[in-house]
Write a protein of this length. Structure first.
Length: 280
């Protein structure tokens, strides 16, 4: 049993931008054919769900986000940017943030090749949209002692890979707390892919109910909701029924008093403007 003395205090509500009671960061993990290529699968037939993200999922969600006037953060793989650069530019032109998500959604321990892959994806995304990404989320949950030092050298200001807190906190790089990089935790209870639709075998309506319950609980509490979904077919929210619950969630969230939608980039800038408030 865990010693309760080792746990930190419950998260209190921080000072959110503009005095908001709750910030909602919508993050879209494109997860196109890069996922299958990273698994050494030909992205055809049963392995073509990433292509759905390109053809239908992202266009569908761009329309939903535009209708609700919600800015989102799109985590993109370098390989996907290489094969559909026009789609990346369309997302960027629509006012959304482009952030890094691996080259081929690496699902293995990278070892010494990690810096080169991080740098490659950074260069591809920068060249594609004409603006360097400043945020990263591990495509597989894996990180090493090399990850944050390399990202910081490349100019990144946030990492959205961790799942260990209710609110942002300053990153630790090479053993020291950094006032130039913040961790924006990814609240996995909100994920639409493996936890909900694959392992949970949930219906779309059940996922929506969970999201709404989380929204109201978080609004009453610390006030940071990081909603992640995937515009793929299969385990994601690309198809019509599952996309419709994203639509309905945004509609209901917009009616909550004191709620503010933000990109992760803007939230990171808010945190790093007063780094002392985000030490843990």
């Amino acid at each position: 049993m865990e010693d309760s003395s080792s746990r930190g205090p419950a998260a209190t509500k921080p000072d959110w931008p503009g005095g908001a009671a709750c910030v909602v960061c919508v993050t879209v993990h494109m997860d196109g054919p890069a996922v299958e290529v990273g698994r050494r699968q030909v992205p055809l037939g049963i392995h073509s769900r990433g292509r759905y993200s390109i053809r239908r999922g992202i266009p569908r969600h761009l329309e939903i986000l535009a209708r609700h006037n919600v800015p989102a953060t799109f985590f993109m793989c370098g390989y996907d940017a290489e094969i559909v650069p026009g789609l990346m530019r369309e997302v960027h032109t629509a006012g959304h943030e482009i952030a890094a998500h691996g080259y081929v959604h690496e699902g293995w321990d990278l070892g010494a090749e990690e810096p080169e892959l991080l740098e490659r994806t950074h260069r591809i995304l920068s060249d594609c949209v004409g603006e360097a990404p400043v945020g990263w989320c591990s495509p597989s949950g894996r990180k090493s002692a090399l990850t944050l030092p390399v990202l910081r050298q490349l100019g990144y200001v946030y990492d959205a890979s961790e799942k260990d807190d209710d609110v942002p906190y300053l990153a630790t790089i090479d053993g020291a707390v950094s006032e130039e990089m913040v961790i924006l935790p990814n609240n996995t209870v909100s994920l639409d892919d493996v936890p909900a639709y694959r392992e949970g075998q949930a219906l779309a309506e059940e996922v929506l109910e969970n999201w709404i319950q989380e929204l109201h609980a978080i609004h009453r509490g610390a006030g940071y909701l990081h909603l992640t979904y995937h515009p793929r077919s299969g385990f994601g929210s690309g198809g019509p029924a599952r996309a419709s619950i994203v639509d309905r969630f945004l509609c209901q969230a917009a009616a909550v008093p004191g709620l503010r939608f933000m990109t992760l980039r803007d939230l990171a800038a808010h945190c790093l403007a007063d780094p002392g408030a985000w030490r843990r």
